[in-house]
Design a protein around this ligand. Sequence first.
Ligand code: COA
Length: 410
Amino acid sequence: MSKALDGVRVVDMTHVQAGPVCTQMLAWLGADVIKVEPPGRGDVTRSQLRDLPGVDSLYFTMLNSNKRSLTLDIKQEKGQQILWELLRRADVLVENFGPGALDRQGFTWERIQEEAPRLVYASIKGFGPGGYENAKAYETIAQAMGGSMSTTGFEDGPPTSTGAQIGDSGSAIHLLAAILAGLLQRHQTGRGQRVQVAMQHAVLNLCRVKIRDHQRLQHGPLAEYPNQSFGQTVPRSGNASGGGQPGWALRCRPEGPDDFIYVIIQPHVWERLLRQIGREDLLGNPDWDTPEARLPHLDEVFAMIEEWTSQHTKWEVFEQFNSIDVPCGPVFDTGDIVADDSLRESGMIVEVPHPERGSYLNVGCPLRLSDSPVEVRRSPLLGEHSAEVLREVLGMGESELQAIHDQGVI
Ligand code: COA
């Protein structure tokens, strides 16, 4: 079956997490993603957090599936010539080096526009224009400066980073949307364009509701927050839902570290919920009956429900609450995730064979397109496709391939 991005060629100069996640999705959607890596070493993550000696790490394999690998030294003149040739034949260039890294090798936006006017040139940097522009960034730096850390965690604890990689993978998803829009616009204009996402901006976009609450706070306390007192800025609010309906993580049997279920109280399921947990005595009680009456003592409300949930496992509560239409979700630990049948059936946890490490688990593609199914294929070995790409895309002959190999260009 054809793929959504059939015929789209991507020169992938990404490394670490933010860039590779974006280009992996482009590859899953059918683009020919050619990952350009420094000879000898490759993407630094190939050797970071290794679990098996001498074998590409899971860090690398899980972010680089469905790509081809071309080693190319872009600090050598011949390497730069080859990169220019590739860019002239490509639709998209993606990179996430530190500020100015490609410019220093002569690959400026001005020159790219002249040499490859149809190219969509996409970048992730830590920051946008302004005071932080020249600073490097990693995941947690973006979380710190995008509003996530100060609003995550409990009131009496320090600012906390999330397990979800919203700075890296979150930026990647934003960049994917921007690249696809750039390709669509090219149909109208015939021109490529510069496409950029700053990690700080992506995190802030995901923290949008906290800026909503910052402005609400100027007019009084935030009633749906569990906090007792408020200052001038949005406090950390633990596991409060942050939305219009209150929610909390409630302890379950046998009270292990992840034996919790997250329960949301919708007004129209309140009566059913009380009957399920055997608290019909509260029906009609004006202190408990309406969302407004419950709001000032939500801690008591959730403690009362927890008395019941703590007598059951999170799976039992999930089943019973779902049977009465109460929105809830057991807290999945990583073991629950990899063992979950529905995640396996839907292709979100897939087993991928690899010639050097045996098979490994990859998190699949959450984008579902009826005409463009995703098959997750293993990540490439370093330089596995160098000769293939240079022959196929640039029409390079065997003697030239041998020569640039001997010069250490590939
Ligand atoms: N051949 C030769 N050299 C290559 C190359 C190739 N194929 N590909 C990259 N390089 C060189 C670059 O030219 C650059 O060299 P220079 O510094 O001498 O100009 C270097 O490799 C990469 O530099 P940089 O990206 O600054 O690496 P770093 O390890 O110091 O910093 C980050 C890493 C992630 C902090 C930085 O890349 C960054 O801030 N990126 C943008 C934000 C981002 O994506 N962060 C999230 C990462 S998950």
